[in-house]
Write a protein that binds this ligand. Structure first.
Ligand code: GLC
Length: 455
C-alpha cells in the first residue's frame, strides 16, 4: 500500500520532535516550530506525549515509552516551592525539558505549574502517567516493570493524593480551573468531566498495577469502593438526553431531605437556550461539570470520548454520544474535527468565566476552537462503538488539509475552517493523532495495541 504524503510528513514531525536525555529518547516536544506561541511548547508535555506513546507502541518502539515513564516518575520528587508553597507530593509535572549545563552534563527539569502561564496545576499528568503505564504493561505483556518498588511507590503516592479525603460530598474529584487539557481559566473548576473520566481510568489502572498484598490492602479497598461510586454517580448525574432534559426542565427547587428528587438543587432556569431542540431522540452526552445548583451543559469532546474509551459510560450511553456526534456533525465536527467544546461562550459570560482572555475568544482555542489532536480519541471511540465510518469521514475531512497547513495546533471559527490565529504550526499531537487514526482504520494489528489504553 502506498503511504500518503500526509502520513509521511506526520511521521517526520514526530521523529524531529523526539527529546533526548543522556543519549536516550525520553519524550517528544509539544511543537517543533521556531516561532512557538509560548516558550514551553519546546518542552515535553505529559498529556501531549500520550498520542506519541501510542504511535511508538503501535510501531514496536516501546523503549521510548518506558524511558518516558521512568523520567516522569523520577521528576515526581523534584518539586520546587511556589510562592513559599510546596505542591502535594504525588503530583506529576505538566512538562519537562533538558538543560545542557556548562560542564557538558544534562539535567531534566520539570514544570509543576510553577513556570506555566497562570501557574495552573497539572492534575491530569499523574493520571495519564498511570494509564500509560498500564498500557505499556499490557502492550509488552510485562507486569514486572510496574511491580518494581519505585513504580509501586510512585503509584501509591499518586493514589494517596488523589484519594485524599476532602470536604466534597460527591465521589467525583474536585479540582481547580485549568487543571487538564484546558489549562487556562474557562469556568471548568469543580468536577470537570475530563478529569472524572481520567480519574476513573486511573483507579481501574491502579487496581491492576498495584501488587495485591497486605501493604496495599487498604488502598485497594478504597480504590474499589471509589470506582463503583464514581461510575454510578457520573452515569446518573452527568448524563443528559431528551428525557433527562425534560425532567430537569420540570424540576422543583429547594427540596430538603433524603427523598429529594432534585438532589443537587438544579434550577430549570439555568438550562441554556441553545439546548432547546439540540439533542435529537436516541442521542445524548455527558455534561461538562456538575455541582450544587450547577450543571455546565456544554459538550466537552475529550471528556465524552474518554468516558466511552474507559468504560465510564454504559454501552447504550456510548452509542448515544456517537449518535449525537453524527446528528450534530456540523456543530461538533465541522470542517476540521473536532470542537474542544460546544458551544462557545460570548460577551459577559466569556468576560466573567475566562477573565476576558483574548486567546479564548468565541470559537477559538479552548472556547469552541477545533483541535485535530482529538481525532485519536474520536477514532478509538468510533471503532469501539462500531462506527468506523464516522471516523473515516472525519479522517478524510482533515488529513490533507492538516498536512498542507503544516499541522496547526487548533482551528478557529464556528465551522473550524480557519487556522487558529495564535496556533503553533508543527504541533506534534496534531500529527500523532492523525497517525493513530490512520493506523486504527487501516491496520487491525494497531487496534490491538490501542486496546491497551482502553478498558
Ligand atoms: C496548550 C494546551 C495544553 C497542551 C499544551 C502543549 O497549553 O491547552 O493542553 O498540553 O498547549 O501542547
Amino acid at each position: 500500500m502506498k503511504v500518503r504524503p500526509a502520513i509521511e510528513s506526520a511521521y517526520e514531525l514526530l521523529e524531529r520532535s523526539i527529546l533526548y536525555w543522556q543519549g536516550n529518547p525520553v519524550g517528544t516536544l509539544a511543537a517543533c516550530s521556531s516561532e512557538s506561541e509560548a516558550e514551553n511548547y519546546s518542552e515535553c508535555f505529559v498529556r501531549d506525549f500520550v498520542p506519541s506513546a501510542l504511535v511508538f507502541m503501535m510501531d514496536g518502539r516501546d523503549e521510548i515509552v518506558l524511558n518516558f515513564l521512568r523520567s516522569v516518575m523520577h521528576l515526581q520528587g523534584q518539586q520546587v516551592e511556589m510562592e513559599g508553597h510546596r505542591h502535594a507530593v504525588g503530583l506529576m509535572p505538566a512538562s519537562f525539558k533538558v538543560i545542557h549545563c556548562e560542564d557538558g552534563s544534562e539535567e531534566l527539569v520539570a514544570d509543576f505549574g510553577d513556570r506555566a502561564i497562570g501557574r495552573v496545576a497539572p492534575v491530569d499528568s499523574a493520571m495519564w502517567w498511570i494509564i500509560l503505564l498500564r498500557a505499556y504493561v499490557i502492550s509488552k505483556g510485562d507486569i514486572k516493570v510496574a511491580h518494581a518498588p519505585d513504580f509501586q511507590q510512585a503509584i501509591r503516592l499518586v493514589l494517596q493524593l488523589y484519594l485524599h479525603e476532602t470536604f466534597v460530598t460527591s465521589p467525583a474529584l474536585l479540582v481547580p480551573d485549568a487543571s487538564f487539557m484546558i489549562d487556562r481559566r474557562m469556568g471548568v473548576y469543580g468536577h470537570p468531566l475530563e478529569i472524572e473520566a481520567l480519574f476513573y481510568g486511573t483507579l481501574v489502572s491502579a487496581q491492576e498495577l498495584l501488587i495485591h498484598n497486605e501493604e496495599n490492602e487498604n488502598l485497594l479497598g478504597v480504590i474499589q469502593k471509589r470506582l463503583q461510586t464514581l461510575r454510578s454517580y457520573v452515569r446518573l448525574f452527568y448524563w443528559l438526553d431528551v428525557n433527562r432534559l425534560n425532567e430537569i426542565h420540570r424540576y422543583k427547587g429547594e427540596e430538603f431531605g433524603l427523598d429529594a428528587v432534585n438532589v443537587l438543587n438544579i434550577f430549570p432556569q439555568s438550562i441554556p437556550h441553545w439546548l432547546d431542540g439540540w439533542i435529537k431522540d436516541g442521542s445524548g452526552y455527558m455534561v461538562g461539570n456538575v455541582g450544587p445548583s450547577r450543571i455546565d451543559f456544554r459538550f466537552f469532546s475529550l471528556g465524552n470520548l474518554l468516558a466511552i474509551l474507559f468504560g465510564l459510560t454504559t454501552d447504550e450511553q456510548a452509542d448515544q454520544i456517537m449518535n449525537l456526534c453524527e446528528s450534530r456533525w456540523d456543530d461538533i465536527m465541522g470542517e476540521m474535527p473536532m470542537k474542544l467544546c460546544y458551544p462557545a461562550m460570548f460577551g459577559k459570560e466569556w468576560e466573567f468565566r475566562t477573565g476576558a482572555d483574548p486567546k479564548n475568544v468565541p470559537w477559538s482555542y479552548h472556547n469552541g476552537g477545533s483541535w485535530p489532536t482529538l481525532m485519536w480519541a474520536f477514532t478509538g471511540a468510533a471503532i469501539r462503538t462500531g462506527r468506523a465510518h464516522l471516523a473515516e469521514r472525519a479522517f478524510e475531512l482533515c488529513i490533507d488539509r492538516l498536512h498542507n497547513d503544516e499541522w496547526p495546533e487548533y482551528y478557529d471559527g464556528q465551522t473550524g475552517s480557519l487556522i487558529g490565529r495564535r496556533a503553533n504550526l508543527h504541533q506534534v499531537w496534531s500529527a500523532t493523532a492523525i497517525i493513530i487514526s490512520h493506523q486504527l482504520l487501516e491496520n487491525p494489528d494497531s487496534v490491538g495495541t490501542f486496546e491497551s489504553i482502553i478498558f
